[in-house]
Design a protein around this ligand. Structure first.
Ligand code: F6P
Length: 323
């Protein structure tokens, strides 16, 4: 394989730049030509390609976001859009792609490969949500949980000072990984995740007990995809039953998506980026490159997106036991 393309797609995540840097430098050192495709599938359709050399990815390992930019493309959902994207790749002699993104990115890659079997695509798991099957960590997750943890630590200070109940909403789409990790790390009183049913009555009971034993500062971490709603909704339901508590809601939002990637993030992203190029060289196709128990693992796109990674039930117990 002589020429490859690389792009970032879907929600940006800290560590994507480190991954991109590794892809570009590994490929060039293997004698390949590399094209960066801006704005994901949308840029592939609109012809936003730029040749990338070793120096083009200097000084980006520490940056959050993605220097290639990202987009969620409606046009790529259509056969016409995909045809145009394929023509643009062909015109530049691009035979293989490294797709850095999450389940939407890999869903698009699968359809693309079915229609254009001459292409080869491997994926790097890039999303703060950590919801892809076939890897212990996705690129962006470690930074996001550290950012959220620091924010919740700050909230804890004020919760203690004013004896308030804080409902803190974290991202994760329909997965509870960010909520669970940050809840444990901050000693939250409860963590509400989409993977297990939320019981408002039990939550109210726990808060009432906490108040009776004069524990007046309480942090409830709510995953945005929780079945009882986000933090605003959960706070409303709890406050209706406990009108005397002083409740506050904080939605951490996109704060969790930005920022300098942590050390582990940069290390893992670099490794995955390098392994993506190796995988393409070895003829692998239609797979996501992940890390399981410290080893590189290849998971077909279909499996990576269909099977949600599961929450560790022991971690859920930790919250109850230690709060
Ligand atoms: O998938 C990453 C993520 O940040 C989710 O946690 C969140 O639900 C979603 O993207 C937000 O998407 P957008 O940036 O398009 O609002």
């Amino acid at each position: 394989m002589k020429t490859i393309g690389v792009f970032t797609s879907g929600g940006d995540a800290p560590g994507m730049n480190a991954c991109l840097r590794a892809v570009v430098r590994t490929a060039i050192r293997h004698g390949m030509e590399v094209w960066g495709i801006c704005r994901g599938y949308q840029g592939m359709i609109e012809g936003e390609f730029r040749r990338l050399g070793i120096r083009d990815v200097s000084n980006i390992i520490q940056l959050g976001g993605t220097i290639l930019h990202s987009a969620r493309s409606e046009a790529f959902r259509t056969p016409e859009g995909r045809r145009q994207a394929y023509e643009n790749l062909k015109a530049r002699g691009i035979e293989g792609l490294v797709a850095i993104g999450g389940d939407g990115t890999f869903t698009g890659a699968r359809v693309f490969l079915n229609e254009y079997p001459a292409l080869r695509i491997v994926g790097a798991p890039g999303t703060i949500d950590n919801d892809l099957y076939g890897t212990d960590y996705t690129i962006g997750y470690d930074t996001a949980i550290n950012t959220a943890m620091n924010a919740i630590d700050n909230i804890k200070d004020t919760a203690n000072s004013h004896e308030r109940v804080f409902f803190v909403e974290v991202m994760g789409r329909d997965a509870g990984f960010i909520a669970l990790a940050t809840g444990i790390a901050t000693g939250a009183e409860a963590v509400l995740v989409p993977e297990s049913r939320t019981n408002i009555a039990a939550l109210v009971h726990m808060l009432r007990q906490n108040f009776e034993r004069r524990k007046r500062a309480n942090i409830i971490v709510v995953a945005e995809g929780d079945d009882e709603g986000g933090a605003v909704e959960v706070a409303r339901k709890v406050q209706a039953r406990l009108p005397h508590i002083e409740a506050r809601v904080t939605i951490l939002g996109h704060v969790q998506r930005g920022g300098r990637p942590t050390c582990m993030e940069r290390v893992r992203a670099s490794r995955i980026g390098m392994e993506c190029v190796r995988a393409l060289k070895e003829g692998k196709n239609g797979v996501m490159v992940g890390i399981i128990h410290r080893d590189i693992a290849y998971t077909p796109f279909e499996k990576a997106i269909k099977h949600h990674q599961e929450l560790n039930p022991t971690l859920l117990q930790i919250v109850q036991l230690l709060s």
